[in-house]
Design a binder for this molecule. Structure first.
Ligand code: PBG
Length: 327
């Protein structure tokens, strides 16, 4: 007589294990981040030291890179721009001829079925590297920034972006952007809000990649404190009420509980961002031969799906598709 649960019965062989799987990963779940730089050199390709395999591209090199990825099954990407000049309010961020705006146009005309998401923020465009405008004493001003973010989002919409993704963490930005888009006839353009975004040291490599490190201070007055859990629901709820279509949690590895919390409390689709530092840690350990890279990547991404994400922004997307590890 059996007095205990024999869980091993359904794990006896691979066929049984596969039959029992209830979480999967496909190309429809993945969004690949790309860094596009405003440079004159056509073939520009500048590897990012702290993110092996990732680079800044000119529009021309980006198109070539994306062409291969699309052939391998890439469905969606998110763009980060590196402008040629920066100023105190980030005005290159909303130029009609800005780097992201030109890249969106080029990508959409070559690959009309590729979903192009744009990151809406000022930190790559401001000389001081903060995500908003500063007061004379260096405080990041909330309400004056909203107008600028709306201009950035609108310029991305005009360029042809499929989804805009505000990542600045100013209060009220989703409402401001939604209003600006609606007023100009973009009521069908979706907003993927970086709703729950923590002030994280896992962003380190990204700041090299996007040349967006704050020149003084940190982002702790607008990004969230990882030692607080109750603000996650408040931030998400605010963005739902302001008109967000997709909610994002970022980073994700140390925040899977927060993703699950949102999953249990909201019906909107959820996205998770496996950020630069999470990517680089896996790459570094793999380079040393300490872990099985492909296995660890898949385990980390399936874990994110299991916790409740429908979309995962992550830097492994291209590689997984090109190697045929994800279909
Ligand atoms: C811009 C932005 C950041 C990331 C995405 N959008 C950097 C930051 O907030 O400092 C981080 C992405 C990554 O680390 O991969 N605000």
């Amino acid at each position: 007589m059996n007095t205990f649960y024999r869980g091993r019965r359904l794990r006896r062989n691979q066929a049984l294990r596969t039959l029992m799987q209830d979480v999967s990963l496909s190309s429809n779940d993945l969004i690949m981040p790309y860094f596009v730089a405003d440079v004159a050199e056509k073939e520009f390709y500048k590897p990012i030291n702290s993110m092996p395999g990732q680079a800044q591209y000119s529009i021309h090199s980006l198109l070539k890179r994306v062409e291969k990825a699309v052939k391998a099954g890439l469905k969606a990407c998110i763009l980060f721009g590196i402008p040629s000049t920066k100023d105190s309010c980030g005005s290159q961020g909303w130029l009609e001829t800005g780097i992201v705006q030109r890249a969106v146009k080029a990508l959409k005309s070559e690959f009309p079925n590729l979903i192009v998401v744009t990151d809406v923020c000022l930190c790559e465009y401001t000389a001081h590297g903060h995500c908003g405008v500063l007061s004379p004493n260096g405080e990041v001003l909330n309400d004056p920034t909203l107008e600028l973010l709306s201009k950035v989002a609108l310029s991305h919409a005009i360029a042809g972006a499929d989804i805009v993704a505000p990542s600045d963490m100013m209060d009220g930005r989703v409402a401001a952007i939604r209003h600006a888009l609606d007023q100009q006839g973009f009521e069908n353009l979706a907003i993927m809000s970086y709703a729950v975004k923590y002030a994280s040291s896992f962003y380190g490599p990204f700041r090299e990649a996007a040349e967006s490190a704050p020149q003084s201070g940190d982002r702790k007055s607008y990004q969230m404190d990882f030692a607080n859990s109750s603000q996650a629901l408040l931030e998400a709820e605010a963005d739902v009420n302001e008109g967000a279509d997709i909610l994002m949690v970022k980073p994700i590895g140390a925040y899977l509980d927060i993703l699950r919390l949102l999953h249990d409390n909201f019906s909107l689709p959820l996205a998770a961002y496996q950020v630069s530092g999470e990517y680089s840690m896996i790459k570094a350990a793999a380079e040393k031969g300490w872990i099985n890279e492909e296995a660890v990547i898949l385990e980390s991404l399936i874990g994110i799906k299991r916790a409740g994400a429908s979309l995962i922004l992550n830097y492994f997307t291209e590689e997984l598709l090109l190697k045929g590890l994800v279909k």
